[in-house]
Design a protein around this ligand. Structure first.
Ligand SMILES: [Cu+2]
Length: 170
Protein backbone atom coordinates (compact mmCIF):
# COMPACT_ATOMS: atom_id res chain seq x y z
CA UNK A 1 0.00 0.00 0.00
CA UNK A 2 2.67 2.50 0.97
CA UNK A 3 4.72 1.45 -2.04
CA UNK A 4 1.79 2.12 -4.33
CA UNK A 5 1.29 5.52 -2.79
CA UNK A 6 4.94 6.42 -3.20
CA UNK A 7 4.88 5.45 -6.86
CA UNK A 8 1.77 7.52 -7.48
CA UNK A 9 3.16 10.52 -5.64
CA UNK A 10 6.43 10.32 -7.55
CA UNK A 11 4.55 9.97 -10.82
CA UNK A 12 2.68 13.21 -10.33
CA UNK A 13 5.93 15.08 -9.65
CA UNK A 14 7.49 13.94 -12.88
CA UNK A 15 4.46 14.08 -15.15
CA UNK A 16 6.39 16.26 -17.60
CA UNK A 17 8.91 13.49 -18.05
CA UNK A 18 6.27 11.04 -19.25
CA UNK A 19 6.53 12.25 -22.84
CA UNK A 20 7.92 9.58 -25.14
CA UNK A 21 11.71 9.62 -25.03
CA UNK A 22 13.70 8.24 -27.94
CA UNK A 23 16.42 5.68 -27.32
CA UNK A 24 19.98 6.91 -27.03
CA UNK A 25 21.22 10.14 -25.56
CA UNK A 26 18.84 12.36 -23.67
CA UNK A 27 19.40 15.74 -22.15
CA UNK A 28 17.69 18.15 -19.79
CA UNK A 29 18.00 21.87 -19.22
CA UNK A 30 17.39 23.55 -15.87
CA UNK A 31 18.28 27.22 -15.62
CA UNK A 32 21.97 27.48 -16.45
CA UNK A 33 22.50 23.72 -16.20
CA UNK A 34 22.59 21.19 -19.02
CA UNK A 35 22.18 17.63 -17.75
CA UNK A 36 23.34 14.93 -20.16
CA UNK A 37 22.16 11.34 -20.29
CA UNK A 38 21.33 10.16 -16.78
CA UNK A 39 21.92 6.40 -16.74
CA UNK A 40 22.25 3.48 -14.41
CA UNK A 41 23.15 -0.19 -14.64
CA UNK A 42 20.95 -3.23 -14.49
CA UNK A 43 21.15 -4.99 -11.13
CA UNK A 44 21.05 -8.69 -10.31
CA UNK A 45 18.07 -10.05 -8.38
CA UNK A 46 18.35 -9.19 -4.72
CA UNK A 47 20.83 -6.35 -5.17
CA UNK A 48 20.25 -3.60 -2.64
CA UNK A 49 22.10 -0.78 -4.38
CA UNK A 50 22.55 0.65 -7.86
CA UNK A 51 24.66 3.43 -9.31
CA UNK A 52 23.47 6.62 -11.00
CA UNK A 53 25.55 8.47 -13.58
CA UNK A 54 25.26 11.63 -15.71
CA UNK A 55 27.11 14.79 -16.54
CA UNK A 56 26.14 18.35 -15.66
CA UNK A 57 27.46 21.43 -17.45
CA UNK A 58 27.09 24.85 -15.88
CA UNK A 59 26.61 27.42 -18.67
CA UNK A 60 26.00 30.26 -16.21
CA UNK A 61 28.20 32.66 -14.27
CA UNK A 62 27.50 31.39 -10.74
CA UNK A 63 28.28 28.03 -9.17
CA UNK A 64 25.47 25.59 -8.46
CA UNK A 65 25.48 22.47 -6.28
CA UNK A 66 23.95 19.05 -6.80
CA UNK A 67 22.48 18.49 -3.35
CA UNK A 68 20.60 15.25 -3.79
CA UNK A 69 18.40 13.05 -5.92
CA UNK A 70 15.53 10.61 -5.84
CA UNK A 71 14.76 7.59 -7.97
CA UNK A 72 11.66 5.44 -8.21
CA UNK A 73 12.22 2.07 -6.57
CA UNK A 74 14.99 3.09 -4.15
CA UNK A 75 14.57 4.19 -0.57
CA UNK A 76 16.97 7.09 -1.03
CA UNK A 77 19.88 8.32 -3.10
CA UNK A 78 23.33 9.32 -1.89
CA UNK A 79 26.03 11.25 -3.76
CA UNK A 80 29.36 9.47 -3.39
CA UNK A 81 32.98 10.03 -4.21
CA UNK A 82 35.29 7.12 -4.92
CA UNK A 83 38.93 7.17 -3.92
CA UNK A 84 41.75 4.67 -3.67
CA UNK A 85 42.99 3.84 -0.18
CA UNK A 86 46.07 1.85 -1.04
CA UNK A 87 44.63 -0.86 -3.27
CA UNK A 88 41.12 -0.61 -1.87
CA UNK A 89 38.44 1.48 -3.52
CA UNK A 90 36.45 3.41 -0.97
CA UNK A 91 33.31 5.41 -1.46
CA UNK A 92 31.92 8.05 0.83
CA UNK A 93 29.10 10.59 0.78
CA UNK A 94 30.15 13.98 -0.57
CA UNK A 95 29.64 16.51 2.23
CA UNK A 96 27.54 19.47 1.13
CA UNK A 97 26.94 18.08 -2.35
CA UNK A 98 28.79 18.37 -5.66
CA UNK A 99 29.68 21.90 -6.74
CA UNK A 100 29.46 22.68 -10.46
CA UNK A 101 31.60 25.75 -11.13
CA UNK A 102 30.64 28.22 -13.89
CA UNK A 103 31.76 26.81 -17.24
CA UNK A 104 32.58 23.44 -15.74
CA UNK A 105 31.23 19.99 -16.53
CA UNK A 106 31.01 17.52 -13.66
CA UNK A 107 30.73 13.89 -14.72
CA UNK A 108 29.39 11.12 -12.53
CA UNK A 109 30.66 7.80 -13.89
CA UNK A 110 31.70 4.34 -12.71
CA UNK A 111 34.95 4.61 -10.74
CA UNK A 112 34.41 8.25 -9.76
CA UNK A 113 31.68 10.44 -8.42
CA UNK A 114 28.35 8.64 -8.63
CA UNK A 115 24.90 8.51 -7.18
CA UNK A 116 24.13 5.47 -5.08
CA UNK A 117 20.56 4.22 -5.19
CA UNK A 118 20.08 2.70 -1.72
CA UNK A 119 17.66 -0.07 -0.76
CA UNK A 120 16.26 -0.99 -4.14
CA UNK A 121 12.83 -2.60 -3.94
CA UNK A 122 13.17 -4.29 -7.35
CA UNK A 123 15.97 -5.05 -9.82
CA UNK A 124 16.82 -2.43 -12.45
CA UNK A 125 16.24 -3.99 -15.89
CA UNK A 126 18.31 -3.22 -18.96
CA UNK A 127 16.42 -1.16 -21.53
CA UNK A 128 14.02 0.36 -19.04
CA UNK A 129 13.91 3.96 -17.90
CA UNK A 130 13.51 4.79 -14.25
CA UNK A 131 12.13 8.13 -13.20
CA UNK A 132 13.80 10.31 -10.65
CA UNK A 133 14.66 13.84 -9.72
CA UNK A 134 17.85 15.81 -9.22
CA UNK A 135 17.94 18.59 -6.65
CA UNK A 136 20.21 21.58 -7.18
CA UNK A 137 20.78 24.50 -4.85
CA UNK A 138 19.90 27.12 -7.49
CA UNK A 139 18.29 25.26 -10.41
CA UNK A 140 15.89 23.50 -8.02
CA UNK A 141 14.34 20.08 -8.55
CA UNK A 142 14.65 18.62 -12.04
CA UNK A 143 12.67 15.54 -13.15
CA UNK A 144 14.86 13.12 -15.14
CA UNK A 145 14.82 9.55 -16.37
CA UNK A 146 17.75 7.19 -15.89
CA UNK A 147 18.37 4.89 -18.86
CA UNK A 148 19.18 1.38 -17.60
CA UNK A 149 22.26 -0.07 -19.32
CA UNK A 150 23.71 -3.58 -19.04
CA UNK A 151 25.08 -4.98 -15.80
CA UNK A 152 28.70 -3.82 -15.50
CA UNK A 153 28.47 -1.26 -18.32
CA UNK A 154 31.33 1.25 -18.14
CA UNK A 155 29.53 3.90 -20.16
CA UNK A 156 26.10 4.41 -21.69
CA UNK A 157 25.53 2.98 -25.17
CA UNK A 158 26.06 5.62 -27.87
CA UNK A 159 27.80 7.95 -25.41
CA UNK A 160 30.14 9.25 -28.08
CA UNK A 161 27.16 10.76 -29.88
CA UNK A 162 25.87 12.60 -26.85
CA UNK A 163 27.49 15.94 -27.68
CA UNK A 164 25.49 16.32 -30.88
CA UNK A 165 22.28 14.77 -29.71
CA UNK A 166 19.63 17.05 -28.34
CA UNK A 167 16.72 14.81 -29.03
CA UNK A 168 14.85 15.33 -25.79
CA UNK A 169 11.66 17.35 -25.62
CA UNK A 170 12.65 19.52 -22.65
CU1 LIG B 1 28.57 4.60 -3.72
Amino acid sequence: MSKLFRRRATGSLVALALLAVPAGAHEYKAGALAIAHPWTRATPNGAKVGGGYLSVTNTGTAPDTLLGATVTGADHVEIHSMTMDGTVMKMAPVPGGLVIAPGATVTLAPGGYHMMFVDLTAPLKKGERVKGTLRFEKAGTVPVEFAVEAIGAKAPEGAQGAAGGHDHAH
